[in-house]
Each structure stands twice: as C-alpha cells, then as structure tokens.
Design a protein around this ligand. Structure first.
Ligand SMILES: [Zn+2]
Ligand SMILES: [Zn+2]
Length: 194
C-alpha cells in the first residue's frame, strides 16, 4: 500500500492505523494551485462502522509563506483535528438525502459523507480539502511587522532606513485627471469656449 490510498482489505480487522508524513506534492491533486506547505503529518485511525468508514485524526504541519508586509519567509503552524466519513457507492440523490435526514435527523452528517467507487479510500483528497479551507488569507511574520520602506525597499524590522522616508508628493500634471482633460477637452472650461 502506498501513501494515503487505503485499500478496503486493510480494514478487514475493522481498523487501520494511519501515520504518514508527506510533502505537498504527495497531497496536491493534479492541476490544483500550490498551497506552499511543508511536510504534513497525517495521523489517526480509520475504522469500519457499517455501512461507513470513519477516519478520526490530526493533520500537523506548516504553511510556508512570505510575510505580506516584509516578504520574509514565514511559517504558520497548523494542527487540525478531523473526522471524515466515507461510504462506498454512488452519492444518493438530493431527494433521497433529504428523506433520510428527516428520518434520522442526520442532516449535517449526511452532507459530510464522502462517497467513493472502487476498493480503496483516498485520504489525500480529504486532507487537501482541509488544508485549502484552513489556508491563511493573510501571513504576517509578526503582528507588529513594520514592513518594507515603500521608497528604498529596506526591511524596517531590521533597521530604520536612511532614505528619509516620505513618499513623493503626487504631481498634478501627471495625474489621471489631466489625462482625462486631454481626451475630453469639453471637461476643461478654458478649452470648451471657442
Ligand atoms: Zn513581516
Ligand atoms: Zn527607506
């Protein structure tokens, strides 16, 4: 058996321990955008709970991203507790799923079930989904990161820069408005009187 595709035969005794550490390339589906993560450890137990299979475990690792302000490589640790439910066979139609949830009050559980074909469970695609959901939208090396100087590009966390700092005043002559006046002379009261 390789990686995170678990053959159902591994569950003959009802349980299967998983403890795998993989680089991002071992998890990323073909064509998916890179998440910039380091090694991810997927640890837990897959159990057969007729008619389903349940994985209860933890994903640990770190996102490796440049700080949004100063671009320094920054590690954002994650430790995610996950419960994934799998069921073999085609997904039930919507009507069926609704009827079932009415009977058993399992609306949330039902919608979380992953249906699969064939004789193996793919934990990798579930792990990838969790990592996409949890990916930070912002990365800061520190809450108080001072960022780069917009003038000279120096990292203001390491030393104050010497460039004098203030951004140049915008010259009106180069502004978008003067360009508009050239395109539409009627906007300029001086020119429209002819
Ligand atoms: Zn920073
Ligand atoms: Zn500067």
């Amino acid at each position: 058996m390789s990686g995170l595709k678990i053959p159902l035969s591994a569950l003959e005794r009802g349980e299967h321990e998983v403890d795998i550490t993989l680089p991002e390339t071992g998890l990323r589906p073909q064509g998916a955008k890179a998440l910039e993560i380091g090694l991810t450890r997927i640890q837990g137990r897959l159990s057969s709970v007729e008619p389903r299979f349940v994985f209860i475990g933890t994903l640990t690792g770190e996102y490796l991203r440049p700080c949004d302000r100063c671009l320094v490589a920054t590690q954002v640790q994650f430790k995610l507790d996950v419960i994934w439910t799998f069921e073999q066979g085609p997904a039930p139609g919507l009507a069926e799923a609704v009827a079932e949830s009415d009977d058993e009050g399992f609306a949330d559980d039902e919608s979380e079930t992953v249906y699969f074909d064939g004789s193996e469970l793919d934990l990798a695609s579930q792990a990838w989904e969790e990592l996409v959901l949890f990916a930070p939208s912002k990365t800061l090396c520190d809450e108080d990161c001072a960022g780069l100087c917009p003038q000279c590009g120096a990292n203001r966390n390491s030393a104050p820069c010497n460039c004098g700092g203030e951004p140049p005043a915008v010259e009106f002559g180069n502004s978008g408005f003067s360009g508009l006046v050239n395109l539409f002379p009627d906007l300029d009261p001086k020119r429209s009187k002819e």
